[in-house]
Design a binder for this molecule. Structure first.
Ligand code: SF4
Length: 61
């Protein structure tokens, strides 16, 4: 599982950081991905962040 954030869509609500802080952190303006290659043990929380992002800005690739 790989994830990335579409900076054009992210509204910096920080929900993904709260949900999965090992994968996402806040950058200067928007959230950024810490580990694009999500370890297996973090896939559930990464998926939860994807599903709960209000802007659908987190993209699984
Ligand atoms: S949950 Fe979505 S909109 Fe909110 S900070 Fe994360 S990527 Fe951006």
């Amino acid at each position: 599982m790989r994830v990335r954030i579409d900076a054009e869509l992210c509204t910096a609500c920080e929900l993904c950081v709260d949900t999965c802080p090992d994968i996402f952190k806040m950058g200067d303006d928007v959230a950024v991905v810490i580990q694009a290659d999500v370890p297996v043990d973090l896939e559930d929380c990464a998926q939860e962040a994807v599903d709960s992002c209000p802007s659908e800005a987190i993209i699984i690739s």
